[in-house]
Ligand binder design. Structure first.
Ligand code: FES
Length: 162
């Protein structure tokens, strides 16, 4: 697969895969989920507008930081369909995600800083658990690693994957 020429307005699925670094099967999956769109040629081949590369980049980065596809889809649904999203469109999207990203950053910072310490998960397996979570008292507050979850993330129903 080769990179599409810079003047190509539409990309084949192979070109989209080559430039985005995302497998064709994953691109088909994104399309199935409505995250990206294509038109069909007379020969029934998919063609993607070039700005699909930016959508795919957004999807990949969001996935990498643990944002569920459902939320990615909701965010992308706010972009215009009838034209290429411009900078203002992406600015609007990023503004709507600021709180969400702040929560993720806080979560990742805690993960980085506290993983070698007791996380309050109820295992009581680390010598520090005696100090940080004596007799699993944190278990009275709720499920999961109580010292790792920020108060905002403690709502397990909102973040079932944590
Ligand atoms: S690490 Fe699990 S309770 Fe301390």
């Amino acid at each position: 697969m080769t990179k599409p020429p810079p003047d190509a307005k539409e990309l084949t699925v192979g070109q989209l895969a080559a430039r985005s670094g995302v497998a064709v099967t994953a691109l088909h999956f994104y399309e199935e989920k409505g995250l990206i769109r294509s038109r069909r040629t007379a020969g029934n081949q998919r063609r993607y507008s070039r700005d699909t590369l930016r959508r795919v980049a957004f999807i990949r980065v969001a996935q990498r930081v643990g944002i569920p596809l459902r939320m990615v889809g909701e965010a992308l649904a706010g972009l215009p369909e009838e034209r290429t999203p411009n900078r203002e469109d992406w600015t609007r999207l990023s503004a709507s995600w600021r709180a969400e990203l702040d929560i993720r950053i806080e979560q990742l910072t805690r993960l980085r800083d506290k993983l070698s310490d007791c996380v309050g998960c109820g295992c009581l397996s680390i010598d520090r658990c005696v100090l940080r979570n004596p007799d699993d008292r944190l278990g009275d507050e709720g499920t999961g690693p109580r010292r790792l979850l920020s108060p905002r993330l403690a709502d397990e129903s909102r973040f079932p994957s944590l």
